[in-house]
Design a protein around this ligand. Sequence first.
Ligand SMILES: Nc1nc2c(ncn2[C@@H]2O[C@H](COP(=O)(O)OP(=O)(O)O)[C@@H](O)[C@H]2O)c(=O)[nH]1
Ligand SMILES: [Mg+2]
Length: 375
Amino acid sequence: MDPVLLVVIIVGLLLVGGAGAFFLRSGRDHVPTLDPTTTDAADKAIDANAGPEAAVAVETEPSVSVEEDEPIVEAAPEPATFRGRLGKARSAMSGYLASVVGRGDANAETWEELEEALVRADVGVGPTMEILEAVRARADADKVTDGRAIIDLVKAELKDRLGGRDISLAEGGDPSVWLFVGVNGVGKTTTIGKIATREVAEGRNIVLAAGDTFRAAAAEQLTMWADRSGASVIRGGEGADPSSVIFDAVEHAAANDADVVLADTAGRLHTKTNLMNELSKVRRVAEKGAGTVTETLLVIDATTGQNGLIQAREFTQAADLTGVVLTKLDGSAKGGIVVAVQAELGIPVKLVGLGEGAHDLIEFDADEFVDALFE
Ligand SMILES: Nc1nc2c(ncn2[C@@H]2O[C@H](COP(=O)(O)OP(=O)(O)O)[C@@H](O)[C@H]2O)c(=O)[nH]1
Ligand SMILES: [Mg+2]
């Protein structure tokens, strides 16, 4: 081969390869990472393995550094909506609903299909029967026979049952303390991070309490969220008494005029008595000083469906719950669990997690939720 041609080919290949590598690299550099190991803040914590006097580390400075010559432009986050994130739940029901609509006038199969649709969405057998009974009565009274109109009655019934609750997060302490409880992995720490992001953006002074002292990684994860949101975090060492960490966080909040302490807890559920003792101790100690516990929120993972309800019953008996945060509704075909949770527990679903990002948390709006589920 002509040596000149060979050189041209080699130079060409090098140029193409170099450009490719450059784009890959710069692309990667702009991807925000959620990996807790990337924060060095965790290393600054003082390890303390004991009692109420346990030393705690205070993190207030975000450890993010931005290089001047290469500004990081983060795209504005797409706000999470029910409509955008409930695709799985919607498709679990859509076949049955289409069949009901396609039939026109209702017959016995219509009611069976509606039942199947609601049970598939994890509304629960009991609530499904109650809802359909009410809808049947309404349809009879109003002489409604068309399938689509009956679906509208189902939607109206669901909205009635789910709506009209106070979903605000109560305050009134100085500081207020919001406790987050629930079994391991449901999304407590992530939810705290999301709420911190929202509250700090509204100009509020927020303190996170790393009350899950069972695993070192839990405090690191919370510290990462504190860094990202601009909240401060109080943490103890691995195995420290959770109550003492929360106590210290309340003290820190009071001394710094903070508005709210968001308290993380471990999701251990050895026995019911154990859980009850632990939660009542946390609450007592949190209120020992200037703080008042104004919310105790149970976090439930929507993908566990009816199993989440079993956990919920345990926690309802162990603590005075004020609300539920239902997480991972984005990845769940079981959106109807909202109905089951409210019917069974009688406490409102206040917030819903629709993803892993900082902005993927929305207030529970019954009308929007039902419309998104049936669209
Ligand atoms: N898709 C999705 N994932 C979530 C949501 N909330 C939490 N997660 C993920 O669930 C996992 C466990 O969350 P974590 O907050 O550590 O749970 P904790 O053990 O209760 O504190 C993590 O991978 C989170 O990113 C949500 O609303 N949607
Ligand atoms: Mg956690």
